[in-house]
Every structure is written in C-alpha cells, then in structure tokens.
Design a protein around this ligand. Sequence first.
Ligand code: RUB
Length: 307
Amino acid sequence: MAQTFYVVAERIRKLEVQGARNVAIAAIKALEALTEETTSKTWKEFLKELEEARATLFASRSTEPLMRNAVRWIISEVEKSGKKRVDALAEVVSISSKQFLKNLEASKECIANIGAKRIRENSVVFTHCHSSTVTHLLNKAKKDGTTFEVICTETRPVFQGRITAKEMLALDLKTTFIVDSAARSFMRSVDLVIVGADAITSEGNIINKIGTSTIALSAHEARKPFYVVTELLKFDPATVCGDFEKIEERDPEEVWETAPRKLNVRNPAFDVTRRDFIHGLICEEGIIPPHSAAEVVRRKHPWVFRR
Ligand code: RUB
C-alpha cells in the first residue's frame, strides 16, 4: 500500500495530528494519497486496498467517529459509483474527498458564526484541551469586536492546552493558563465554558478530552453554562445499536515515562460528559439540546444510519 498513506496514518496514531477535525482531514488526505499512488490493476484490488486503508485508519485512533464517518462516506461513494476502471474510481475518491472537506469547512464557519454570539462583552471563557472548532469560534468573536478573556487548562498528559494558549495569545486575547486540577478553583470567575467534542452518542452524551466531564460538573455546581461545539458528523451511529463508544487508552509512558516497575499507570484519552450537564450543542444546525442530536443527524445526514 502507498507509502504516504502509512506515514499519515502513523502521524495520526502518534498524535502528531490532534483533534477530531484535524484527524478526519488528515485521514481524508491519506485516502487521496493512497489513490494517487495506487498500484491496483483491477477494481477489486482497488476496493480491497480501500478496505485495508479503512481498517488502518479506524485503528489509528479509536474514539473518532468523524473520521470514521468521513472514510465510510467516501468508500460508499466509490462502491455505488458503479465504475470499473481504477482511474475512474480514484477520481471518485478525489471528488468525494473534496466535497466532504468543503462541507466540513462550511460547518466550521457556521458553528463559529452561531457560537460567537454567545460570547458577551468583557466575559471570561473557559476551555479545555485544544479544539480547532473552539479556537475558530473564539477567533470569530474577537474579529466581531468582542472583548473577552480566556482561561485554558494545560491538559495532561500531552499538553494540548499549550496549543490553545499560543493560539489565544496570537489573537491578542488576555489568556490565563492553569493546571487541569485548578479548574474548579477558577470556575466562579468564569462566564461560560466552551469545549469541543470527539463523539456524540445516541443519548446525547458527548465524549471529549479526559477531564471534560469534571469541568462540566464544576460548571454545573457553579451554575455556569457549559457548551459543546461540534459538527453533527461526530455522531457515532453504532451507539444507536447499543454499542458503547470505545474510549481510547493510550501509552502509560505519556503519563510517566520512567514510572516504577509494577506501578499500574492508566491513560484514558477521553471521558463521557452526560447530556444533563450540557447547556447546548453548538452545531451547524444551530444551538440544539443534546438529547435531540440523533434526530437532527437523522434529518440532515440519513446515510450515517445506513449499515
Ligand atoms: C482533542 C480533543 C478536542 C476534540 C475536538 O483530543 O479532545 O477537544 O477532538 O477538536 P486529542 P476539534 O488532542 O487527543 O486529539 O474541534 O478540533 O475537532
């Protein structure tokens, strides 16, 4: 299989590409690279190659339904095209990849336009980890002329919060950086919390970077609105059929590289925030109650539910 494809899949696995949206974009580009470098001679070989690519990408990070939905959609466009020549099938991958990316970009803009209106003048926004959707929204609010400040967590163990902090400073926003365990101490001085999402379940719960659910509890206790910004395609259709969203467990060495032998070090990458703690999902269809997510997805993207 094509070299570039494996390089990208490995970059996703190693977290050199981070955040659900960036992971999905990288996976789509990997598929494009695969088709550009394909050595398949027949449509059967080509489809087999795509199937193997799908398995590699799905295994690279386990809690990424946006990536899975993107890959599934592109492969289904290829399958239903009815084309038999490899170059024609490769063109379907290229066209559908571009279309998916275009829609993803449009959703991001839409979410930013809606969510930026929730940032009030002189407010303090709390966020966790690094979500490109959140930082784009904050960028939009700043461009709209709103004055606000940001508190962000460092996000142990791999410090994605530093990416957020640097981006906020580049926007010239007053930014405070705290350790994850300080979240509750700062919650009283916050006006609202905005986080991203990796997955939305059929019950309207969301899965995001480990620590998100504790922050949601603190926000609830302090009566601060807790918003999740997310594309609808982060919905995982398998949860409708009773499957639990798998929580990725990463290498313990990320937590403690030289941990004493026999010490049991655990490193779950994500946690589940129950819908009861979520004020609203800010998505491309507007601000919706989390429990309506499955229905909104069914209306907008019925193909997601096809097996
Ligand atoms: C990133 C993370 C982000 C979501 C949403 O985790 O939890 O909040 O992926 O990001 P990791 P985006 O760094 O382990 O990938 O809004 O960019 O899709």
